[in-house]
Design a protein around this ligand. Sequence first.
Ligand code: NAD
Length: 489
Amino acid sequence: MKYLFIAGKWAPAADDGTSQTINPFDATPLDTVAEASAADVDAAVTAAREAFDDGPWRQSTVTDRAALLAKIADLLQRDREQLARTESLDTGKTLNEARADVDDTTAVFRYYAGIAGSHAGRVVDPGRLHVTSRITHEPVGVCALIAPWNYPLLQISWKLAPALAAGNTAVIKPSELTPLSTVALVGLFEEADVPPGVVNLLLGQGATVGQALVAHRGVDLISFTGGLATGEAIMAAAARGVRRVALELGGKNPNIVFDGTDFDTVVDNALTAAFLHSGQVCSAGARLIVQDSLHDSFVAELAARADRIRLGRGLDPETECGPLISAAHRAKVERYISLGQAQGAELLAGGSRPAQPPLAQGFFLRPTVLGGCHRDMTVVREEVFGPVVTVERFSTEDEAIRLGNDTSYGLAGAVWTSDAGQAERVAGALRHGTVWINDYHPYLPQAEWGGFGQSGIGRELGPSGLDEYQEKKHIYHNTSPAPAHWFSG
Ligand code: NAD
């Protein structure tokens, strides 16, 4: 049984509500989880409010906060195997990917521990005598941090590490589908003696617990990663009371391949771009855009290799792709594949569920390649968030850029070319928050991550990821006050 963590204590829901988390590999129950009530949401926000307004945390130095984050990084590494196993069971992803997630999470805590003290305000030269002027960075207050199910540990940490570095308090809510690694992370904070109320954990459904959390007027800032429709609802909720809001939403990411690059390298990376974590990655290279002269051989090889991807249990070292997160999500992905075919796409690989046991029990879907696609197809325009890659073709550089930008999203994209000038031209022209040249998927804690267009508002990671959690205050000090003489009476 997993509990809520409010004001430094683990507790069941006030009304004893619970739910089950499911192993997507075989649809069996994994654990029982408290399902927070409205009273719990209020208690968590109140605890965070009191810790921010009156608790010892407010008096903490940046050195104290950096030490806490560094301690969490150490504990994450100590528990690396166990955390990776938990994440693999809960999400279905491979153990190797889950280990990489724990390492990336550790790196994020270390990064913000490192820059917390150096990301200070500044002294301003006021250009006049007897005045000093400075900009101070101050925490925003109580932060509601809401994460999705695809990278549970990592996504919450992209928010929690900078929020705490800046001196805020937090109420965190993982996805109801994958809460287990976040519960373990909160356990590490407890072990590291975080003051009561600084980190609070709510568990439960988005439509109830998440909704009540973002509506709570004790919350000063909402940072959300998840789907577009939820992001729109959260932005509307944040408008009431003019609370700060940061959104990391979906993507429809172009992966542009020019002729002349090493064939095997590009095919191999196109598979990783599209099918890592069964394509349930916000920055997945789900939209392949391939130059005419290369197209046919490239697509044939891609489809053949997609067919050979080994599906299985995340904990099995032979597995290359796990299941999708739920039956409902798989059904949604299947609808996109059918719609794509109805609109003229050609099914070149996958498109069906594996029939053999034990895979037939879980939420598996074979890696799917759809050829002959064009931008008017729904499957090309909308985020599918599954193991589906669509292939379009182009002939000129201008056409590639136009296609790559022909999306309402703008999270990430890549260009593959052996021409350095072309690489820079295309990368410069793409309207996406991250552009990879001759690579796909790597990111750095030091480098900003976020979306153009409807992929979101704000940035995570890098110094901007800390800025999100800070108010900037100008302090103007007149050291020799005198009458202003605006009024004569
Ligand atoms: P989702 O929007 O369904 O849920 C995300 C979180 O929001 C969950 O914790 C959920 O419980 C909560 N939630 C749902 N409704 C809510 C509401 N009304 N008020 C408050 N909270 C609510 O998204 P998901 O299906 O969990 O995640 C998949 C989406 O996340 C994809 O669109 C993906 O592209 C996106 N994503 C984006 C990034 C990024 O960096 N931009 C990273 C990972 C995932």
